[in-house]
Design a protein around this ligand. Structure first.
Ligand code: C2E
Ligand code: CA
Ligand code: CA
Ligand code: CA
Length: 278
């Protein structure tokens, strides 16, 4: 049977085959892609819940692949993290994000949020590179927020956290991304240089329902009061409906991000729609 249908058996799982080949070739093409400027950033607004105004933007990287077209970060960031290319790619993202957003105004310059991967966090050049970018572009450290996943920090020892503390002392904001998805040790929060908690989308999903899932409401309520008691701001991700937005505002969340407000957009679109320069 295998003889006759050999081909069929070989491609029994065409998806995972295609993905495996893809992964390999994508990984090999990452360095050239960086040199050829195939990466670009999109921006999604962060909305201040008290007045509905734009408070900043998160920079999200994409790859304009010559063959496969537009690829999202989930396709290539893990590969770049694995090979180490994330270090030069992350440096490019940081500089590009700070340069593109520093000219935008909306009653004042906008803050920009940039994602850091674990490998960047542990790279000795993180602090000097970040300072160099801020000085080269000429923006205040407080215009930058670095987003670090909670899981990258949990279990980190004092030495590993030193670079983030140094950046925080300069005035750079530090956000704990995807908060609530890891094994959070809430007591540890006090030992981290974070200024903001970004509550993961999975916790705001239950608030889309009518009525909202009471467990999710209680959870968000608890996190918000704990965060505020510790002097941290709360940003909520994945806000897709007005119902969700209303509840999250009533629960005291400070900032929100999600499709209800806007999908990520090109730098030009963002500047036009969210940061008109007078
Ligand atoms: P993240 O940091 O948690 O970013 C939020 C993700 O949620 C983004 O996906 C965004 O497009 C998506 N999103 C925003 N609003 C909504 C919503 O209302 N509903 C839903 N369902 N999704 C929403 P994206 O752009 O595909 O990025 C995925 C992840 O890739 C990011 O998750 C982040 O971990 C990583 N990433 C993106 N850019 C960079 C980067 O420059 N460097 C590093 N190291 N990682 C990056
Ligand atoms: Ca993020
Ligand atoms: Ca997140
Ligand atoms: Ca995420």
């Amino acid at each position: 049977a295998k003889d006759a249908g050999g081909n069929r058996y070989e491609v029994a799982d065409p998806d995972s085959d295609a993905r495996a080949i893809d992964r390999h070739s994508l990984t090999n093409h990452l360095p050239a892609a960086l040199e050829r400027d195939e990466f670009f950033l999109e921006y999604q607004p962060l909305i201040r819940m008290s007045d509905g105004k734009v408070d900043g933007a998160e920079a999200l990287v994409r790859w304009k692949h010559p063959v496969h077209g537009r690829l999202g970060p989930d396709r290539f960031i893990p590969l770049a993290e694995h090979t180490g290319l994330i270090v030069p790619l992350g440096r490019w993202v940081l500089e590009q994000a700070v340069r593109q957003t520093c000219t935008w105004a909306s009653g004042g310059p906008l803050r920009v949020n940039v994602n850091l991967s674990p490998r960047q966090l542990h790279h000795p050049d993180l602090v000097p590179d970040t300072i160099a970018v801020l000085e080269a572009v000429g923006v205040e450290p407080s215009s930058l927020c670095l987003e670090v996943t909670e899981s990258a920090l949990i279990g980190a020892d004092e030495d590993e956290l030193k670079p983030l503390w140094q950046l925080a002392e300069l005035g750079v904001d530090i956000a704990l991304d995807d908060f609530g998805t890891g094994y959070s040790n809430l007591a540890n929060l006090r030992k981290l240089p974070a200024t903001t908690l970004k509550l993961d989308r999975s916790f705001t999903q239950g608030l889309q329902r009518h009525p909202a899932d009471p467990v999710d409401v209680t959870f968000v309520e608890g996190i918000v009061s704990l965060a505020h008691a510790l002097g941290l701001a709360v940003t909520v991700e994945g806000v897709e409906t007005e119902h969700q937005a209303d509840q999250l505002r009533d629960l005291g969340c400070d900032t929100a991000q999600g499709w209800y407000y806007a999908r990520p957009a090109s730098a030009a679109e963002f500047a036009r729609d969210w940061a008109p320069n007078g």
